[in-house]
Structure formats: C-alpha cells, structure tokens
Design a protein around this ligand. Sequence first.
Ligand SMILES: CC(C)(COP(=O)(O)OP(=O)(O)OC[C@H]1O[C@@H](n2cnc3c(N)ncnc32)[C@H](O)[C@@H]1OP(=O)(O)O)[C@@H](O)C(=O)NCCC(=O)NCCS
Length: 179
Amino acid sequence: MKFIPIEASQVTLTQLMLPSYSNFSGKIHGGFILNLMDQVAFSCASRHSGHYSVTASVNKVDFLHPIEVGELVTLKSSVNYTGRTSMVVGVRVESENIKTGEVKHCNSSYFTMVAKDEENNNVPVPGLLLDTEESVRRYVRSIYRQAQAKERNKSFQKENFILKDHLDELKNHNAKVML
Ligand SMILES: CC(C)(COP(=O)(O)OP(=O)(O)OC[C@H]1O[C@@H](n2cnc3c(N)ncnc32)[C@H](O)[C@@H]1OP(=O)(O)O)[C@@H](O)C(=O)NCCC(=O)NCCS
C-alpha cells in the first residue's frame, strides 16, 4: 500500500476576474467560479492518483460574498479523503481586492473525484498520509459526510418515501399541494 502526503498534490490557482466573466449585475458569474473549482479539484485529484479523474459528486456550494470584476481570485485545493478509487478534494475560494488588500472567503466545497485508467475503468488510488490533527479531522469529517449523504439519499428514494408523513410539513412552506 502506498500513502502520499497531502502537500504533494495540493493545487493553488490565482486568476484575475475580467469583465467578460461577469453576470448582468456586474458581479462574477457563479458558474464561472464553479468551473474553476472543478478544474482545481480535477488537477489535485489527478496529481494525487497519477491518473486523470472524473467528478462524481459536488458537495453543496454556498456563495458567501459576491466577487467583483478586477479582484484576484485564489482557489486552494487539497485531498481530504481517499477511498478505494475515489478522493474527496476540498476547495476553498478567496477573493482579494487588489487596491485595499482585503481578502474575502467566498466559498468552500468538496468534490468527489474518481480516478480513471486509459480504458475509462475506475482505478485504485494511493492512500493519504495523515500527519497532522487537522488532516485527521478532515478525513473523519469526509467519512461522516458520506454516511450522512447515503442516509439522506436512502430516505428520499421513491420506494422509501411515505407521502402522508410529510404533507403537514408543507403547510409552512411556499407551496400548495393539489393532489
Ligand atoms: C462516478 C462514477 C465514476 C462512479 O463509478 P461506478 O463504476 O458507477 O460506481 P462505483 O460504485 O464503483 O463507484 C466508484 C467510486 O466512486 C464513489 N462514488 C460513486 N458515485 C458517487 C457519488 N455520487 N458521490 C460520491 N462518491 C461516489 C464510490 O463510493 C466509489 O468510491 P470508492 O472506490 O473509493 O469506494 C461513474 O458513474 C462515472 O464515470 N460518472 C460520470 C462522471 C463524469 O463524467 N463526470 C463529469 C460530468 S460532466
């Protein structure tokens, strides 16, 4: 079994936000940032595994602050978890106002990437060498997040969903049930 330190595959990307990346209100388009996040997650996972990887899943992304044209955006990525063929890559996005030096945390997310060989088969990846308390915390957090996601998916599968258990909940929501 091979175990690789986290630092060996970390990827950082810094990019100037151009006017062409903005939306109708003059802020940077969320989809443009998601594209960059996927690119760094891909690079990080591929560097760790030594294979090109595909995105299997993206954990929710909360956009905490808008990003302005002219800001420098930095994306930092690290492998947080390694399974058999999958890796969870944490991506943190910060923007910097070049004139004031103010740095904002814009969002963080977790990408599950799966390593592929030349024939597009899933391929086993090296493990992660956990040499700090923080790296152990992140690894364990990924295990819990995966378990929670599985549980959530299970309870909302069509065959497990019991309609009458949920109808009352909807009374306080902005929807009208007309079955
Ligand atoms: C995601 C994908 C690789 C899963 O492969 P698979 O052979 O169907 O499924 P497996 O059950 O063998 O899963 C392989 C690994 O991916 C993980 N995985 C699969 N689906 C997942 C999901 N939705 N979320 C998190 N992890 C997932 C599994 O847990 C497993 O991890 P492990 O090997 O570390 O234990 C495959 O469905 C695929 O290639 N999807 C398309 C990916 C793609 O094209 N992405 C870009 C979209 S434009």
